[in-house]
Design a protein around this ligand. Structure first.
Ligand SMILES: [Zn+2]
Length: 144
């Protein structure tokens, strides 16, 4: 499953889950994706927000590469907590997220928690390379 942040032609942002990237294109081409706010069928993928979790606490280092899975619920309060946590503990690398995540993944950069934004194509590369990351919606859009 893959989550896409979508935006309609009126600028409403929402999240949709699909089997894979192709499934999004298929659903879109037959016009069954619509904006939950205004029912608009003209939707596009928005730039996604990502965060990556560092590999190491000591236990994980001993057992080798083992990632803690964080599956944020769409619940607003949970999102607030996660956003606060990420803002406090993750270094913001902005649009360099994918580049930096790959560097960390291949050991070219110091292992640390980073957050930033990635385009759908970059997300695909991260998935193909097996880079552990999770995605959270931007809270400021939920406030609209
Ligand atoms: Zn809309």
């Amino acid at each position: 499953m893959i989550a896409f942040d979508l935006v309609c032609s009126h600028g409403h942002k929402f999240e949709c889950w699909f089997k894979d990237s192709r499934s999004f294109e298929e659903h879109k081409s037959i016009g069954i994706i619509h904006c939950p706010v205004c029912n608009d069928h003209r939707v596009e993928k928005a730039i996604s927000t990502f965060a990556i979790k560092k590999y190491s606490d000591r236990r994980e280092e001993k057992e080798g590469k083992k990632e803690e899975k964080i599956n944020p619920s769409p619940d607003y309060q949970a999102l607030q907590v996660i956003t606060e946590y990420v803002n406090k503990n993750f270094e913001d690398v902005g649009l360099d997220f994918a580049k930096e995540a790959l560097k960390i993944h291949f050991g070219d950069s110091k292992k640390r928690n980073i957050k930033g934004m990635a385009l759908p194509d970059e997300e695909k590369v991260l998935q193909e390379e097996g880079v552990p990351f999770f995605k959270i919606p931007l809270l400021k859009h939920l406030d609209n």
